[in-house]
Design a binder for this molecule. Structure first.
Ligand SMILES: [Zn+2]
Length: 351
């Protein structure tokens, strides 16, 4: 496991690709399951990670297994209090890591399906946003993700249900299983979201069938500003040029499942290619509790060690994060100045 350097630890940090449900740690999962009378297939906090480990089958074939285990966590969350507790636990972890800005995704359809009243769920997230700012000086923005393996019609209905809560949600994303031809299928709902003023992103998971076509279609048909993952872009020079010239942000996740406490080589190579090509690529945790690969500090350290990135490179990755964030120019300048000050202070300390 890579050491977390003082440089990484002290850098003011942000992340844009993290799933609230994927931050649920085993001990809180047990508490939540018990108060909701849900029986889990294990009875100790490490059970969920053990399950991930026992059933994974290699570097590329883990999305199905991963999502199955993630479902156990997601399905245990039945009340607004569960969402509040999970989110606040993540805020506390982030504060301890000197994270200053977060865009966090939640699966809104899943919450509704599990009987969490939408208004209560959003109010819980709103409270977390206010308390994170007040108590930890962390700015949070919420992204509602629609699930690609559920009917488009349901996504459209959910988008309508979100209308009264428009101000609390900055963007709409697409996640869960990467179904064939999903960009064309979801184009109407994403267009409707854009009309309402939401920012748009979509997952294009790593090493999935038709990944390059999906990435291209997300840009051309959905008009997304960001792609979550999208690392396979690196395999097509034409697509790299398109992503770079259109300033499409990629939220890369270098670590991804439980025994991978370092970053797998294929991901690292793709991240390196995209970074060197000048893509607006950032480094994120995705599902830090579920992967067992650690929160942002360890994720950055693992990627830096695996790819041999310099501290200056890590600053550039963090610049990319703030450049890709859905904030106004004034806030962006503030974060970038803070990052510059940190870099200058660190440089003086070593010289
Ligand atoms: Zn993700």
């Amino acid at each position: 496991m890579a050491e977390v350097s003082a440089f990484i630890r002290n850098m003011p940090k942000a992340e844009l690709h993290v799933h609230l449900e994927g931050t649920l740690e085993g001990d809180l999962l047990l508490v939540i399951a018990e108060r909701n009378n849900i029986s889990l297939p294990f009875d100790d906090p490490d059970g969920i990670r053990r399950m991930q480990n026992e059933t994974k089958t290699g570097l590329t074939n883990n999305l199905v297994n991963f999502l199955r285990c993630l479902d156990i966590c997601r399905e245990a969350m039945r009340t607004a209090q569960d969402y509040y507790d999970t989110a606040m636990a993540f805020v506390r972890k982030s504060a301890a890591e000197n994270v200053v800005y977060l865009e966090v995704t939640f699966d809104v359809q899943q919450a509704i399906r599990q009987g969490v009243p939408l208004a209560e769920c959003i109010e819980a997230l709103s409270r977390v946003r206010r308390e994170a700012k007040r108590d930890y000086d962390i700015e949070i923005r919420w992204i509602a993700c629609f699930q690609r393996d559920h009917p488009v019609q349901n996504a459209m209905e959910t988008l309508n249900l979100l209308d009264p809560h428009r101000d609390e949600i900055v963007g709409i994303g697409l996640d869960n299983f990467e179904t064939p031809n999903f960009p064309a299928l979801f184009a109407p709902v994403m267009a409707a979201a854009r009309d309402r003023g939401y920012r748009l992103t979509s997952h294009c998971d790593v090493n999935q069938p038709e990944s390059l076509a999906h990435i291209r279609d997300c840009v051309d048909l959905l008009g997304v500003e960001r792609i979550d993952h999208g690392l396979n872009t690196a395999q097509d020079i034409t697509l790299v040029k398109k992503i770079v010239s259109q300033r499409i942000a990629l939220t890369g996740c270098p670590t991804f499942h439980v025994s991978m406490t370092s970053a797998p080589s294929d991901r690292v190579e793709m991240i390196r290619t995209l970074f060197d090509a000048g893509a607006l690529i950032s480094l994120n945790t995705d599902d830090p509790a579920q992967f067992g690969s650690g929160y942002l500090n360890r994720t950055l350290a693992a990627c830096q060690a695996a790819a041999g990135f310099t501290d200056e490179d890590m600053i550039r990755f963090m610049r990319n994060t703030f450049e890709s964030a859905w904030i106004d120019d004034r806030a962006r300048s503030g974060y970038l100045e803070r990052l510059d000050r940190f870099r200058d202070t660190s440089a003086r300390a070593v010289s």
